[in-house]
Ligand binder design. Structure first.
Ligand code: CUA
Length: 185
């Protein structure tokens, strides 16, 4: 079969481009944690505040007994709640997002955080932050007139500092509870 040299050249160039794109997707998926959302978990959007997992006291950063960190956030026109969270560097964090009204998206620049938050579903993304700093949490799906102003922020601090501040927070909570106990006596 005769193939014109110019045609051959373009066949090779297009094959090269396809291989390059596949390689970029694979590298992002395997080394940068950029994956298609795959967590199919449903929730009743109208009753989020009554749900066990996403009631107000349970939002924000939670640390399990085994040290796993989970962040639960509710997206609603026009913010992510809570408005600010504090996270440690170099630690795996599991984010769980739900919407209380319409379709939102969440994007944290310079991280792998980018997912739609579809009402009725829980969006889950694992992330970690190599460097301390202030990371904006932005909505990237048009959700209404206030869409431009829909953002919250994550403050990432060194993990030692974070652990220490956690301990003081817990100590403060405990003394508050003790004080309340002695007042009642
Ligand atoms: Cu929420 Cu745009």
């Amino acid at each position: 079969m005769h193939i014109d040299p110019l045609e051959k050249k373009w066949v090779l160039i297009s094959l090269g481009m396809v291989s390059l794109f596949v390689a970029i997707i694979m590298i992002d998926a395997l080394f940068h944690g950029v994956n298609a959302p795959s967590n199919v978990e449903t929730i009743d959007s109208r009753k989020i505040h009554l749900s066990k997992e996403f009631n107000e006291d349970n939002l924000g950063v939670q640390v399990a007994d085994n040290g796993d960190i989970t962040v639960r956030m509710v997206a609603g026109r026009y913010a992510f709640f809570p408005k600010q969270i504090i996270l440690p560097t170099e630690t795996k964090v599991t984010f769980r997002w739900v919407s209380m009204d319409v379709l939102h998206g969440v994007h944290m620049p310079m991280t792998n955080m980018s997912t739609m938050i579809v009402p009725g579903y829980v969006a889950q993304v694992e992330s970690s932050f190599p460097r301390p700093g202030e990371y904006p949490i932005l909505c990237n799906e048009y959700c209404g007139l206030g869409h431009d102003h829909m953002w919250s922020k994550a403050l990432v601090i060194e993990k030692e500092e974070w652990a220490a501040s956690r301990a003081t927070q817990n100590a403060m909570l405990n003394t508050a509870i003790e004080d309340e106990g002695s007042n009642n006596e």
